[in-house]
Design a protein around this ligand. Structure first.
Ligand code: GLN
Length: 543
């Protein structure tokens, strides 16, 4: 029987509940315990694929093509696993399924209700992830904060699980936040007390309280929380803000948390070995030369929109002894005159994924700049399409070349809707999603970087390189160095003679790990490392 650790949040959101859950996963894995993880998102969208990054940050794509919460990215990076669609559950998905069952007549004669129909549906998902993964421990993170209206059925479901699977098989961890009052210079526990009271109101008594705080938590504060929230003093675990999120597994490993989990769930750890992770942190924290890179995108004010890209660049930096300093450049700013200084001191430019018209011309200017000045360029999905449009316009002389996503009337639609997408009506979950194989051209930059003839990467797009322009582009120096095995889809494009100008139709960032940087990011950062620009200083972002 699988054991469950439920992670809930209190006081405020965005305190790093996902990172805490992911870190617990890494700690258990380091003890030889098999673990998997699931995120329950109470919003009514079936998946986050239709939400703006302003609402939700990055959409993380699983190998089996599910558009999911960005916490799954943290889970994959920390625990070093590949998750599937069973690891993300939303209210939208739960309610759709319950209503479909009702229409089919599964509940004939009865009233369909939140308890038991919705809660049973949620619990079924928790059992499914256990069955599919065969893991000993299932970590389940409930999105949002205790008290949210949408979260109620999820809390009720996790409450019921304690009776369903047995008390010794369930542990509740509540992550809260201790605000600091500057005037009196003290950390306050009252919001934590209230949030635990709220949790107890739905019948859940937390076993552990993880206290996020920007300041060290003194023993008297811990004792107070233990007393008011009715947990053992040792089970009040402070988690003070750290500059490096990858240190969280080590911080928690040094607390009483691992012992509490092992004892309460009666686990039998084979060993304890965070040695590899510790070595990684030492490598990360070792002083390094800085490397300035720019990310040119639409959502640069909100770095969560490109979180896997940021992490993948950082991972490559660890292995190449560079402290990657990112300059977040708004693509729209590059559409104005006098923008060039925004890129004048970076050693590499990344144009990440995206949708819609806004900022496109600025991204094209960034690609032109990178090509003409031989600044390393990495294009990810949209960034690859941008690179192709720029080349068509400025090297092939196809004025007004564009993607039909941005200009349906373009005389030169070098990027066009995929044939399979033409009949698609709905927006949710209808892109080309998830893993597809890609064959690499021997001797190309991509071929050299990967060092193997075929790879599998994750996708999320509707548009593609238009094959009608492939021969002309290749003749002019932009080659398709990665294609689908049937050679119908261009998966990687690169420019001959440039030190590194490469774009991928897929999202390599999802496959990067702190201990295993992605080959293309490694190769990009490796070339960027040798590029000295003006002043040698990281530029300030324009906005
Ligand atoms: N908008 C482009 C497409 O749909 C690129 C998508 C992306 O960058 N994820 O093809």
């Amino acid at each position: 029987m699988a054991k469950y650790i439920f992670v809930t949040g209190g006081v405020v959101s965005s305190v790093g509940k996902g990172i805490a859950a992911a870190s617990i996963g890494r700690i258990l894995k380091s003890r030889g315990i098999t673990v998997t993880i699931q995120k329950l998102d109470p919003y009514l969208n079936v998946d986050p694929g239709t939400m703006s990054p302003y609402q939700h940050g990055e959409v993380f794509v699983t190998i089996d093509g599910c558009e999911t919460d960005l916490d799954l990215g943290h889970y994959e990076r920390f625990i070093d696993v590949e998750l599937t669609r069973v690891s993300n559950v939303t209210s939208g998905e739960i309610y759709s399924s319950v209503i479909a069952k009702e229409r089919r007549g599964d509940f004939l004669g009865g009233t369909t209700q939140v308890v038991p129909h919705v809660t049973n549906e949620i619990k079924m998902r928790m059992h499914r992830v256990a069955e599919e993964s065969k893991a000993e421990v299932i970590l389940v993170e409930v999105g949002g904060t205790v008290g949210d209206i949408e979260g109620q059925p999820f809390l009720e479901a996790i409450r019921q699980m304690r009776n369903d699977v047995g008390r010794n098989n369930v542990l509740y961890i509540h992550v809260t936040y201790l605000p600091y009052i500057y005037a009196t210079q003290e950390l306050k526990t009252k919001p934590t007390q209230h949030s635990v009271r709220e949790l107890r109101g739905v019948g859940i008594q937390p076993d552990v309280i993880l206290c996020r705080s920007d300041f060290p938590v003194a023993d008297d504060i811990k004792a107070k929380i233990a007393l008011f929230c009715d947990v053992k003093p040792a089970a009040v675990i402070p988690l003070v803000t750290t500059n490096n999120i990858y240190e969280v597994p080590i911080i928690l490993d040094e607390s009483a948390l691992p012992e509490i989990i092992i004892e309460e769930l009666r686990l039998h750890p084979a060993s304890k070995d965070l040695a590899e992770w510790r070595a990684l942190i030492r490598k990360m924290n070792a002083p390094k030369e800085q490397l300035a890179l720019a990310i040119v995108g639409k959502y640069v004010q909100l770095q969560d929109a490109y979180i896997s890209v940021r992490e993948a660049l950082r991972h490559a930096g660890i292995f190449l002894q560079r402290d990657v300093k990112l300059s977040w450049v708004s693509a729209e700013d590059l559409e104005r005159d006098g923008w060039e200084h925004a890129l004048s001191s970076v050693s590499g430019i990344v144009v990440p994924g995206g949708f819609g018209n806004r900022g496109i011309e600025g991204m094209i200017r960034a690609a032109q700049y990178a090509r003409e000045r031989e600044v390393p360029y990495l294009g990810l999905c949209l960034g690859m399409q941008i690179m192709v449009i720029e080349y068509a316009r400025n090297v092939l002389g196809l004025r007004d070349a564009n993607s039909t996503e941005f200009d349906p009337e373009s005389p030169h639609p070098v990027i066009d809707l995929m044939p399979g997408q033409r009949a698609v009506q709905g927006k949710g979950g209808t892109m080309r999603l998830g893993n597809y194989p890609c064959e690499l051209e021997a001797g190309s930059i991509a071929g050299e970087a990967y060092g193997q003839p075929q790879v599998v990467e994750r996708h999320r797009h509707r548009y593609e390189f238009n094959n009608a322009y492939r021969a002309a582009m290749a003749g002019a120096g932009l080659r398709a160095s990665g294609t689908s095995p049937d050679n119908k889809l261009v998966e990687i494009a690169e420019i001959k003679g440039h030190p590194f100008m490469l774009g991928t139709q897929f999202h390599p960032e999802f496959n990067s790990r702190p201990n295993r940087p992605h080959p293309l990011f490694h190769s990009f950062v490796g070339v960027a490392k040798g590029v000295i620009r003006e002043g040698g200083q990281p530029p300030l972002p324009l906005s």
